[in-house]
Design a binder for this molecule. Sequence first.
Ligand code: PMP
Length: 467
Amino acid sequence: PTAAPKPRPERRNEDFAALDQAHALHPWQHFQGMAREVPLVITEGQGCMVTDTTGRSYLDAVGGVWCTNIGLGRREMAEAIGAQALKLAYANPFVDVTNDPAALLAARLAELAPGDLNRVHFTTGGSTAVDTAVRMVSYYHHARGNPGKTDIVSRENSYHGSTYLSQSVGKRNGDRIEEFRYKTEGIHHLSCPNPYRRPAHLTEAQFCDELVAEFEALIARVGADRIGGFIAEPIQASGGIIIPPEGYLKRMWQLCQRHDILFIADEVVTGFGRIGHWFASLAEFGVQPDMITCAKGLTSGYIPLGALIFSDRIYQAMSQGPSGWFTSGYTYSGHPVACAAGLKNIEIMEREGLLPHAAKVGSYFETRLQALSHLPLVGDVRGRKLMLCVENVADKATKALLPDEANESKRISNACEEMGLLVRPIGHLNVMSPPLTITEGQVDFVVETLERAIARVTDDLVREGFK
Ligand code: PMP
């Protein structure tokens, strides 16, 4: 006899949190629950606003996780996704088969990407785009008769995803190298180009010189015949909104060119309007990368999709190599529904002028947020356009951090949440990356609420002897 099916009671809203806690493991879940007693269960979203199971609304200044660029709840997006799902929900992307939205989106991305970045390999998200990019570095050099050029250079405080390879390439404080046995062989991490935390005796220009010299020394030590690629987020995102010193990226790129090292720009966060451009590398930093990885804003989070955009030069070399076969790719590469969402997303961004809007409202946000730098807890206010943060410190002069037990960033985020605002705590930072549609009025609300939350938590920290 077959076992009786498990009874499935109807769920009430408040049950979701309990179900989640009983069965789910979240990305970056903190087991000790230092974060909060129960998870926030979000059920609806419109524009920059989200609503939880209890009916409370919040302005989501995190933009999901840097990704809801055109804002939530767009009927047009749902219709594009629905129509494509009915017309063709899936097609084999392998070898010599494709589908029409994938072909169209590849062509659109080639138009939007700088220079000769005319080739697109679709992936399932940012991690798989980075993973493929790193493997493509080896493939490319191998095809050109340099099979030893496989090492990858990255930076401290970078985040490039959570596959085995992409997380090995990245390096953030708190990554558990030993626990997950990340790959370390053939991966080199240079210093983080964080001007705020540069050695005190250096000017920003001198700091930049040292960073470039560090890369030069690494190339000399390891050998240009071994280093195949350099990967960098133009602005390090979850590593702490780190805008490198003036000229840094360009000089690193020039070193790459000199030594036949492929420059991979990880634009998973900086792409699709976050700082006012389709891609930041060339427009903001004067760098023509060999590859760009993107995801998130590519579909504004409506559906998962990533892409690796790479140069004609790389394509040529690979296609003329000895193997004749690019043995890499995913079941959901070029997924027709995801690509239809990507096309509609780009159309909306263009039609509504969301990139110039992001640049304008982002500048306003930068200026407004600077006003918080006078607060005793705030050591630094930084960012560009719609990628911003405040860094909390124990001592503004020495830039010393509070002990981890103070947990101030999380407490500030919690205080914001009580006042209807979501900001993201990362280490000792509170980070913001709202939808590009955010208005100046909403920016005012974000800044005023954050200021109140910081003031409230500062009082608590003083009372508890932390400050
Ligand atoms: N690169 C960067 C710069 C990212 O910020 C992220 C995700 N936060 C990734 C790659 C990984 O993307 P995904 O989570 O879509 O795999």
